[in-house]
Design a binder for this molecule. Structure first.
Ligand code: C2E
Ligand code: MG
Ligand code: MG
Length: 747
């Protein structure tokens, strides 16, 4: 309750009313009182005086207490009413209480009045608080449902008009807004038009336009201003809003309503606005605005990729952090420039370069700032090389530019170093960003786009190792065939000499810190170099077919470890094993898997498999069948590194899978900024809509864990909990129970 306490007295005798007032003042209560005695005056006072409490005489000459009580209840079910009576039998008192009176006080026992008033006010206050929080929760639940509905739409719907229609429909039907509409800018015309609209005013939308002006005084609508400034506008009461508003944005019959209009941004540029309005005042609290903003970020994200053709194309061709082409698209573009058929006279140069200070920035200021730095590099490249057609982000801190024969500068490396001569500005801080560069020339260093890019990277590697700012490719920079053969030879012997070891990385459930699974990750205990991670030797195993024998060893070893843990009666834990493409395409995969795992029908093993999206893409009926057989034997199938290919999206529902593992590149990008949640939140919603579990990979910070949990992903794996460790360590952790896993989490 705010302001002064107001008490309305229904009492025909002025002296009696004075007596009541005196009694209340005596107890120290501060208030203003108004006395009325007729029905009409009472009705008016309820409206205009707006009391916090009513003291009603039960018997009046022209009016009675019971009717008064009903009138109050109709207006406000929570307003306290205390009956004040000359004499009242028990039955009558009970009747009043049943009819909704808060209490009753006898005129000859007025000492009870003040405590009764205080208690009634306190209880009414508590009821109001409860009612408000229930309403708030109901509203937020509705908005959350709306958010989830729109996320699902974002991943399911491929056509822009249909998606926007659906977003408005959901806002209206699920979010219960009085209206929702999306207006998109008509490029070059300085206006925006509604393209989707539901609710009030939906009929009259055709022909409506919103002007997008150049200056604040020329704004004539909320939408126009949002599109001009790129900032959201939200007001809780139209009566208090002083900015420009158009007739279409005004809910004709309601003078006081709330409205929120959000910019839809593509490449940080407003392309449209999403607006919702409600006739329920005070609806737009901070939490609700936050949720709406998240929803709009997801919608913007969808528009961004629909803009760039489709989700499949966008995520498989563009790097979402910098919006530049990724390696695949860049290679396609380079291939187009050099042929076919290759014009061997048209020299073309691919330059790969990286920002020297990136790892230092990551270590000193955190990845978030590192990411911002990469975005600045991308912006600088877009400015320097006019648009982004010829530049790419190869991943990590690596970028590339192709210089085609029609505009080949004498010294391409200078163009790149010139572009970074000025420091970059990240969050107001100037960061000098010297670059190193490696260059490969078509046709002398290679005639295939992929080769040129690889050779430019090898030259870059040499430049970084050698201390020069740039290097041109030379053959000896790629590891020689002889070296590769030697590695292959040593790897062949490694299996027989028992040099491979299986490490396991825990997967922790958020709720109880229990280790619910482990991922088996192979290591090579090389007598020459020590423990070697798979990145260094898997490609050789795969290209030589050795992976089949090694894969068999991995399975046998994992199954053996599993059995041992069972034998010791340790808490149950699922063990997931990575399966490579070569293994997957072998005939009879399921039968072999089960045989290596030492079982016929899957009983007695807790093994799962992880395969990458790319493998599923191959769309082979035999792979699908093998996976179905494995699942029938109780093996769960996880898609590894999910989100990096995205291409199997539309097929997800048809595939025999159980789990999506969210790739660490997405987890790494999670920051408190809600816009960074869009992809992960979309993946989780998508998984849920297909009834799949999610596991987040590469979780390194408690903040990431918290965001993932808020988005609905319960199981996580990453250095935050533990790196991959030997089987004995897992055994010890399992023995120690959930507490040990939780401890691992804080390491
Ligand atoms: P993956 O299946 O995606 O495995 C996760 C990788 O992320 C592991 O790298 C793991 O050590 C690393 N990792 C875990 N937590 C974090 C973290 O918090 N931050 C970061 N940055 N990285 C984290 P690892 O062990 O080097 O394995 C690399 C890849 O090699 C695996 O990726 C998997 O695709 C493949 N691989 C590993 N073992 C096998 C195997 O036995 N068979 C096959 N076919 N492939 C395997
Ligand atoms: Mg894996
Ligand atoms: Mg992975």
């Amino acid at each position: 309750m705010s302001g002064e306490l107001k008490i309305l007295m229904l009492e025909d005798v002025p002296e009696e009313a004075e007596l009541l007032e005196r009694e209340l003042h005596k107890s120290g209560l501060e208030f203003v009182a108004r006395r009325v005695q007729t029905r009409r005056a009472f009705d008016e006072a309820l409206e205009q005086f707006a009391p916090d409490l009513v003291l009603a005489d039960s018997r009046l000459p022209a009016f009675d207490g019971r009717t008064a009580l009903q009138m109050v209840r109709q207006k406000d079910p929570l307003m306290p009413v205390i009956m004040v009576t000359g004499a009242l039998g028990d039955e009558a008192a009970v009747e009043f209480l049943i009819a909704g009176a808060s209490d009753y006080v006898l005129k000859d026992r007025l000492a009870r009045l003040a405590p009764a008033v205080r208690r009634a006010l306190r209880e009414a206050g508590m009821s109001r608080d409860r009612q408000e929080s229930e309403q708030r929760i109901r509203r937020l639940t509705r908005v959350l449902q709306m958010l989830s509905g729109i996320n699902t739409a974002v991943v399911r719907i491929r056509e822009q008009p249909e998606l926007l229609e659906e977003a408005c429909r959901i806002a209206y039907q699920v979010g219960h807004y009085a209206y929702a509409f999306v207006a998109l800018i008509d490029p070059g015309r300085g206006i925006a038009r509604p393209v989707a609209w539901t609710g009030k005013g939906a009929e009259g939308r055709s022909g409506v336009t919103f002007r997008v002006a150049n200056s604040p005084d020329a704004d004539c609508s909320v939408t126009g201003r949002v599109l001009r400034t790129g900032d959201l506008i939200a007001f809780d009461s139209a009566r208090d809003y002083a900015g420009p508003i158009s007739d279409e944005e005004r809910i004709a019959t309601v003078t006081n309503y709330c409205l929120a209009s959000f910019p839809l941004l593509v490449d940080s540029t407003p392309v449209g606005a999403f607006t919702v309005a409600s006739t329920q005042q005070g609806m737009l609290g901070d939490e609700e605005l936050d949720l709406l903003q998240e929803m709009v970020a997801n919608l913007s994200f969808a528009l961004q990729y629909l803009h760039k053709d489709s989700a499949l194309r966008y995520l498989s061709y563009f790097d979402p952090l910098t919006d530049l082409a990724n390696r695949t698209l860049f290679c396609e573009r380079v291939a187009r420039l050099i042929g076919p058929p290759p014009n061997l006279d048209a020299e073309t140069i691919v330059a790969a370069f990286n920002v020297q200070c990136l790892s230092l920035i990551n270590d000193s200021f955190g990845r978030h700032i590192g990411d911002l730095l990469l975005q600045c590099v991308a912006d600088r490249l877009r400015q320097r090389f006019e648009g982004s057609e010829r530049v790419a982000h190869l991943g990590g801190g690596g970028f590339a530019v192709v210089f085609a024969h029609d505009a080949l500068p004498a010294a391409p490396q200078d163009q790149i170093s010139d572009a970074f001569a000025r420091p970059l500005t990240v969050k107001g801080r100037e960061i000098p960003a010297p670059v190193k560069c490696g260059l490969a020339r078509f046709p002398i260093d290679g005639t295939a786009a992929e080769t040129l890019v690889q050779h430019a990277e090898a030259a870059l590697h040499a430049a970084c190792a050698g201390g020069s700012t740039y290097r041109y490719y030379r053959r000896e920079m790629s590891s020689s065939t002889a070296e590769r053969l030697a590695l292959e030879h040593r790897l062949r012997g490694a299996l027989d000499r028992g040099e491979f070891v299986l490490y396991y990385q825990p997967q922790i459930h958020r709720r109880d810190h229990r280790m619910v699974g482990v991922e088996a990750l192979i290591r090579w205990q090389d007598p020459e170099r020590g423990l070697v991670t798979p990145a260094e030797f898997l490609p050789v195993l795969e290209s030589t077919g050795l992976i089949l024998r090694v894969g068999e060893w991995v399975l046998r070893q994992a199954a053996e470890d599993c059995r041992r843990w069972r034998h010791f009666e340790l808490p149950p834990v699922r063990v997931s094993v990575n399966i490579s493409t070569a293994e997957l395409s072998q005939p009879g995969l399921a039968a072999r898997f089960l045989r290596f795992a030492g079982t016929r029908n899957g009983s007695g093993i807790d093994l799962d498999v992880e395969i990458t999206e790319g493998e599923l893409l191959q769309d082979s009926a035999s792979v699908t069948e093998a996976l179905q057989q494995l699942r029938a034997a109780g093996v769960r199938v996880a898609i590894d590194d999910f989100g990096t290919g995205f291409s199997s999206l539309s097929r997800l529902s048809e595939l025999p899978i159980d789990i999506l593992k969210i790739d660490c590149s997405f987890v790494r990008r999670l920051t408190p900024d809600r816009a960074s949640h869009a992809i992960v939140s979309t993946i989780i919603t998508l998984a849920r809509s297909y009834d799949l579990d999610t596991v987040a990979e590469g979780v390194e910070t408690p903040a990431q864990l918290e965001i993932l949990a808020a988005l609905g992903c319960e199981v996580s794996q990453g250095y935050l909990h533990s790196p991959a460790v030997p089987a004995q360590t897992i055994e010890a952790l399992l023995r120690a129970g959930p507490y040990a896993a939780a401890q691992g989490e804080s390491q």
